[in-house]
Design a protein around this ligand. Structure first.
Ligand code: FAD
Length: 399
């Protein structure tokens, strides 16, 4: 760390927001040993000491996050009011990480590296200048060469009309039951047998033992519900499972933006938006863990490849993002769900009733070939997608 003339602390990199995307990136910087000469400041308004979220993601092989995975499932249930299908996931497994385990794991490593400083401060100002970026917090002022921002500004996506914005919103109860009711070997991925009420609504259940599970009532829709509405539905669902006596040990809730809004257009020469703020959330599902894992690796590669440009001061963060055809597929699905929010159950059911789960995961991971894309898409109801295709093409020609 060095001081400039006005005693504002200067860093090579500052991360504003120290959640998933920032911690993944910083952890990988440490592992790579290529950034040990960089001074890095990571800032967050939260101390990251609470279990504020549960992350799940599917993966084929073990990864660097293996030490913090608390549970893996090889079986997943997909259901609606008419059918149930047990999906065999192998070679994938569905993995669960408790937020607090992830934070502790990364912070323990960070604490051993004196070039990285974490400060529990609220960022109030980010201002890019010609040669550096200025960051103001409620307590201090800093500057850096490059800034990685994961503070999400809701208004960017919500104050525009071109790209539909839905939320994946949910409330979950960690329950402990008296009798053995859960199958700890099978996760309930999506259960659409709940009343749809004109939306896309489903239950998501992560059983960790025969008597313990996280039961989450989830919607993909535009407007949030009142807390009581989510909680009533969880109660009804538990009764349907034959669970009358239970204890709630913890609760979680969230609202994840689902949109194809091009967040990366906010990137500038010295400021790269990462995580949900950078469009790293998969727009059609809300899943962010896997995407952030991939994108943070790409970011490290980008910084290493452009080492000379960085040292010459000509590195441009605007060149980081690459658009893919999967962005367009997500746009079609979101267009349909936005206009016909009740159609989610039919779309996901047609995909999962007969579709190959491994191929669907590969497709959602954006790793399929074009022919494989067609195979997956053809499983969905055709008319809504054709209509959405014409609408999206028409709109993009108009603007
Ligand atoms: C309860 C919950 C469960 C989820 N489950 C899954 C899942 O199972 N699988 C999956 O793939 N995704 C899941 N997600 C979505 C996504 O993975 C997470 O939201 C993820 O944390 C996003 O990473 P991020 O780095 O973009 O944002 P965050 O992890 O939220 O990090 C942003 C950070 O910025 C900080 N911050 C905000 N404003 C300021 C400020 N002014 N100054 C300083 N700091 C600030 C916040 O405190 C936060 O630490 C879940 C989200 C939630 C909320």
């Amino acid at each position: 760390m060095r001081m400039n003339s006005s005693q504002i602390k200067h860093f090579d990199y500052i991360f504003t927001g120290t959640g998933l995307a920032a911690l993944m990136s910083v952890y990988k910087m440490i592992l790579s040993e290529k950034f040990s000469d960089k001074s890095i400041l990571i800032l967050d308004q939260d101390s990251k000491k609470t279990n504020d979220r549960t992350w799940c993601f599917w993966e084929k092989e073990d990864s660097i996050w293996n030490p913090v995975i608390s549970k893996k499932w090889d079986l997943a249930l997909f259901a609606n009011e008419d059918f149930k299908r047990d999906l065999t996931l192998k070679p994938y497994s569905y993995n669960k990480i408790n937020g607090i385990d992830f934070y502790n794991f990364v912070f323990t490593t960070i604490s051993k590296h004196s070039n990285i400083i974490f400060l529990n401060e609220k960022v109030t100002d980010i201002n890019e200048l010609e040669t550096h970026v200025f960051v103001g917090t409620e307590e201090n002022r800093y500057t850096c060469n490059y800034l990685f921002n994961s503070i999400y500004t809701k208004a960017f996506a919500e104050n525009q009309a071109k790209y539909p914005v839905l939320q994946q919103h949910f409330v979950g109860w960690f329950v402990k039951t008296k009798v053995e009711v859960f199958n700890p070997d099978e996760v309930t991925f999506m259960d659409f047998s709940v009343e749809q009420k004109g939306n896309t609504r489903f239950m998501y259940v992560l059983p960790t033992s025969t008597t313990e599970a996280l039961v989450e009532y989830t919607l993909f829709s535009e407007k949030l519900l009142s807390l009581i509405e989510y909680e009533n539905e969880i109660q009804v669902y538990l009764e349907k499972l034959g669970i009358n006596k239970f204890e709630i040990t913890e609760k979680e809730q969230g609202s994840i933006p689902m949109t194809c809004y091009p967040f990366w257009k906010k990137n500038t020469k010295r400021v790269l938006n990462i995580g949900t703020a950078g469009g790293w959330t998969k727009a059609s599902t809300g899943y962010t863990f896997k995407n952030s894992d991939k994108k943070s690796s790409e970011l490290l590669q980008f910084l290493q490849n452009d080492w000379f440009a960085e040292n010459a001061g000509s590195l441009n963060m605007k060149t980081f993002h690459e658009k893919s055809r999967f962005w367009f597929y997500d746009l079609l699905l979101l267009d349909i769900l936005y206009r016909h929010n009740e159609s989610g159950s039919a779309i996901f059911s047609s995909l999962f009733q007969k579709g190959n789960p491994q191929l669907i995961f590969k497709f959602l991971d954006e790793e399929t070939t074009f022919l494989e894309d067609v195979k997956v898409i053809l499983k969905c109801p055709k008319l809504p997608f054709i209509k959405a295709l014409f609408r999206v093409i028409f709109l993009s020609n108009k603007s």
